[in-house]
Ligand binder design. Structure first.
Ligand SMILES: [Zn+2]
Length: 164
């Protein structure tokens, strides 16, 4: 047997919807004990609700709410976490050191024959003196970082897990 869902039965209970729809629902409920029982339950709930007395909140409710608002407003506002400056300063320091070193190497390298050779490369003409040295430095630093990272990680683990 096909049963209408509970929303449809509620619709019948509230007598909402088209006349045709309500008529069909009525016809079903008349034949179906299960749906009829649900409809009776809705009626019992409504009767119980109607028997409840109207209650007004105590006059001091508003004051209690206001006091609670004031209490919460007085609580200290949690401070947002401060921006960590140290990593930024370190990055700026590394970049600054790199640029200074490039400047020093540039002055030392240019009078030599190596620089004459380098200038023949196409990449060097595109990047310019400073640019190509910067790329060279970056490559060298990357190389050293990659070379030393495993050692540094091993060292770190050694301190974290001391030998027995
Ligand atoms: Zn039914």
């Amino acid at each position: 047997m096909f049963h209408p869902n509970k929303n449809k039965l509620l619709q019948l209970f509230e007598k909402e919807g088209s006349e045709r729809e309500l008529k069909a629902l009525h016809a079903h409920v008349a034949d179906c004990p299960r749906c009829a029982q649900y409809l009776q339950r809705l009626q019992r709930i409504e009767r119980a609700l109607n028997q409840l007395e109207e209650a007004t909140p105590p006059s001091y409710s508003f004051m209690l709410i206001q006091n609670e608002i004031r209490r919460r407003a007085a609580l200290p506002v949690p401070e947002p976490p401060a921006i960590r400056m140290r990593p930024l300063i370190q990055i700026v320091g590394v970049i600054g050191t790199m640029l200074t070193m490039v400047f020093i190497i540039q002055r030392w390298l240019i009078p030599t024959a190596v620089w004459d050779r380098l200038q023949e490369c196409e990449l060097v003409t595109i990047l310019g003196q400073y640019g190509s040295l910067l790329v060279l430095m970056f490559a060298l630093i990357s190389f050293f970082v990659l070379a030393f990272t495993p050692i540094l990680i091993l060292e770190k683990n050694k301190t974290v897990f001391p030998a027995k």
